[in-house]
Every structure is written in C-alpha cells, then in structure tokens.
Write a protein that binds this ligand. Sequence first.
Ligand code: FAD
Ligand code: NAD
Length: 456
Amino acid sequence: MTSTPFDALVIGSGQAGPSLAVRLAEHGWRTALVERGELGGTCVNNGCTPTKTLVASARAAWVAKHAADFGVRIAGEVSIDYAAVHARMMTVVQGSRDGLGHWIAGTANLSLVHGEARFVGADSVQVGEQVLQAPRIFLNVGARPVVPDWVAASGVPYLTSESLMGLRELPSHLVILGAGYISLEYAQVYARFGSQVTIIEHGNRLLPREDDEVAATVKAVLERDGVRFMIGANATALERDGTGVALVVDGQRVGGSHVLVAIGRRPNVEALDLARAGVTCDAHGIVQVDEQLRTSVPGIWALGDVNGRGAFTHTSYNDYEIVAANLLDGDPRRVGDRVPAYALYTDPPLARIGMSRAAARQSGKRVLVGHLPMSRVGRARERGETDGFLEALVDADTQRILGATLLGIEADEAVHCLLDVMSAGLPYTAISRTMHIHPTVSELIPTMLQSLKPLE
Ligand SMILES: Cc1cc2nc3c(=O)[nH]c(=O)nc-3n(C[C@H](O)[C@H](O)[C@H](O)COP(=O)(O)OP(=O)(O)OC[C@H]3O[C@@H](n4cnc5c(N)ncnc54)[C@H](O)[C@@H]3O)c2cc1C
Ligand SMILES: NC(=O)c1ccc[n+]([C@@H]2O[C@H](COP(=O)([O-])OP(=O)(O)OC[C@H]3O[C@@H](n4cnc5c(N)ncnc54)[C@H](O)[C@@H]3O)[C@@H](O)[C@H]2O)c1
C-alpha cells in the first residue's frame, strides 16, 4: 500500500475540523480532511441545525394555536404537515452541507478524503486502500448516542438523535428515555406538533447539572405543553406492544408509538485504533488533552466532543481557535481562558454561564446573588411570556461575576452582556451602571445586578 505525504491531517469534519483544515491549507500546508459520513458532523446533520429548525416549526405551531390570545383569529384548525416540516429541516441541513462542501472544494492545498480513518502509526492513518502520512494530526471525530445494552439487544426498533432524522411521520406517542438537553428540546417540539410525549428519567429530577429552580421551571413549562414526566423511574426492558413499543418501567409497561433514547453521548474513538498511535483516552473514551489540546503523543491534537472539554458546537469551534492560535500565530491561548457557556433551546430558552448556585456554594467564596422574575420584564409581559427568571452570582470580595442563569424569552441572546464582562474580568458594575435599551430583556440585567444579596 502506498503512503501519501501531507503536512497535516484533520480527521472528522465536525465543528473544528473544516475551519482548522482551511486555516492550515491557507497557511501553505498540504492538508487532508478525512470524513466518513456527511460533511458537517453532528451539529449540521443531526444536532443543532435540524433541532433548531424543528424548534422554529414547533414555535410557529405554538404561535398559531395561541393566536387568539393576541387577538388574531385563524379560521379553521391549525394542523401540522410533518412532511413539510421535515422537508424544511432537510433544506436547511443540505444548505449547510453544501456551503461547507463549496468552501472546502474552493480551498487550495486542501484535499477532502471520504472514508473512515484508522491509525497505523503515530504519524499515519489508513483510509480504505490508502495510507495518509503527516507530522501533525488533528482529531475532530465527535461523539454518538449511548444506547443501553438492554435496548440494543431487544430487537425492538428504537430512535436516537441520529435515526430520528429519518422519521417521516409524526409519532402519535413518543416515549423518551432520559431528561437531558436532547430529550427536553425534542419533548417540547413533538408535544407542540401534537404528539403525546412521556419522559422517563432515572435521576431524582430533570437536568441534573442545573439548579433546582431551573429544573422545576423547565418541567412546569413542558408540562403545560402536555409533556408527561416519570422521574426517579427505572426502565429495564424494551418490548413490542401491538404496532408500537413499550418500556418496562419499575415493573409497569409504558407504551408508545416510538421510543427515543437520549441518555448521553460517548466519543467516537473505537474506529481510530488510538492504541496504534499511543494516544491515551479514559474509560469513557475521552481523549486526554492539555490546555492547548495536545494529546499524550506529540504531533496529535484532539478537538471537540472527543476531548471532554465541552460538548457544544461553540466549544469545538473555540478549540479550533486555540489550536490555530498556538500553532500559527504564536498566541498561547488555553482552554482555561474560556468561560463555560451553553443554552438549552426549549421555549423559553435557558442560558447558562460560569457557576450554578450549587457550584458557587461549594466554591468557598462569599457569594452575592441578584434574582429577578421574568414577570418584572416589560418585554416579557408585552409578549405574554413571563416564565422564568434572570439570575447572576457575584464574588462579594472581587465584585467579579461568577456565573449567571437566564431562563426566559431571549435569554440565549441577553446572556452575552454578562458573558463578555465575565470574560473581560470586569466588575459587575460594568453592567449595572450601563444604560440598556428599552424595551428589551437585557434592560433588566442592570436592575437585577443592583439588588444583590448574600447567597444563602
Ligand atoms: C440533538 C442534538 C442537538 C444539539 N444541539 C446543540 C446546540 O443547540 N448547541 C450546541 O452548541 N451544541 C449542540 N449539540 C452538540 C453539538 O452538535 C456537538 O457538540 C458539536 O457537533 C461538536 O462536535 P465535534 O466538533 O466534536 O464533532 P462532530 O460534529 O460530532 O463531528 C465529528 C465528525 O467526525 C466524523 N468521524 C468520526 N470518526 C471518524 C473516523 N474514524 N474517520 C473519519 N471521520 C470520522 C463523523 O462522521 C463526524 O462527521 C447538539 C447535539 C445533538 C445530538
Ligand atoms: N442546546 C444544546 O446545546 C444541546 C442540545 C442537545 C444536546 N446537546 C449536547 O448533547 C449532549 C448529550 O445530550 P443528552 O441529552 O443525550 O445527555 P445528557 O447527559 O444531557 O442527559 C442525559 C439524561 O439521561 C438520564 N439518564 C441516563 N441514563 C438513564 C437511564 N438508563 N434511564 C433514564 N434516564 C437516564 C441522565 O440522568 C440525564 O438526565 C449534551 O450534554 C450536550 O453537550 C446540546
């Protein structure tokens, strides 16, 4: 087998891979980008892009069904054309894939290689019948849904966030295992499309990483949309139930038309045969990296979900920026420089940055909290959507913002003023003394910060 030399290999076209490959190629390095599936990885093909397109359709359904509350009459019944919803989603997904394809094809020095990469040495991978060799290899191979053995071995059809993309009919009753990010976004989407939705969570509440008030508010919002929760419930078997399926939960059968497994994700490392290169990963398959995303083997880096330093599109893209800055710009950026940040796209959304209340209590710091219900936000009252709250945590000694939780309309956008001040290391007064525009959600963030009290 002949070996083709490159200056750099990027394995996986996730949220770091394409940008990094283009940057390296523009730097003048002969670069290969290896992808075994569709361009764009999880985010484009079965993650952010399709889910947020469905969230938009579900929002349109909700607005149409509640139009009368706003004095708008819609003659006749509001109904869902799921084929059209699906087609719209695939148009947006295809547009993103095509955009990436044109970008890569139009970049000099960059070759796209279709196929699955497997290490055959610390500086070479095999893809089909060819071996690609380079002194620098970047892993951006992402993660996939975890499926319990008792589900996989049942012989009964089940859905994951990947196979759900192929679903062409609206489930009459979607039973979801797990109550994390994937579950809650899909639960609300399908409930708003008119499906019955039941969530089975084995923990003692939904969203185990969030504070109690967040979990309770999100649960109440979803219940109002018709979602049924079984919390602290243990599912142990999947069976056929007539034309549908049933989970056996604490000895009781919970039947539905479809079951979606959403209990977490694990890195795609098996196919890489990392041992051949000597790259170390932990028992969960997470590739061990340092602050500049170097693995245990010089010349091999790991970016995105596979390195366990974040499991979001923006963390993966930020990984690309860190690697490129260190390698090409002489700028020693580090993972620790970034403030943890993410959003959950239920409606209304949850935006989280930095510490939660629970983490702040454990930090040993003297913590102040500002808290304001969304019912105090004029913009929310005008829209008739007052669920949620604005909250920020401040270090009483340094005046620095430690974290924030915004749950409410426009929270995913409004949170960025807090994030930028936190990232810049400025005191909270940089916001609390700033005049914000009326009527916005952000307008009430200075007000919330003017009412800080000790965190109990
Ligand atoms: C339903 C869902 C909704 C989500 N919503 C959001 C959201 O709203 N916001 C957000 O920030 N994040 C969201 N995420 C998470 C986000 O999609 C991921 O964190 C993001 O895609 C980063 O992934 P990545 O860059 O690590 O790689 P991925 O995007 O997973 O891509 C990895 C690529 O590597 C390829 N690959 C793997 N192994 C090999 C190999 N051996 N050879 C060749 N190619 C290989 C795969 O085919 C894939 O294309 C969501 C995820 C899911 C599942
Ligand atoms: N808006 C976003 O940014 C977004 C949206 C969706 C997914 N994601 C990414 O995808 C990742 C994975 O999402 P996820 O929802 O699959 O996982 P998750 O880790 O967020 O949630 C899994 C849930 O399943 C529960 N669970 C685990 N095993 C179970 C079992 N056997 N029975 C019942 N419940 C069980 C857990 O207690 C937890 O509540 C997220 O962590 C995130 O990184 C992000």
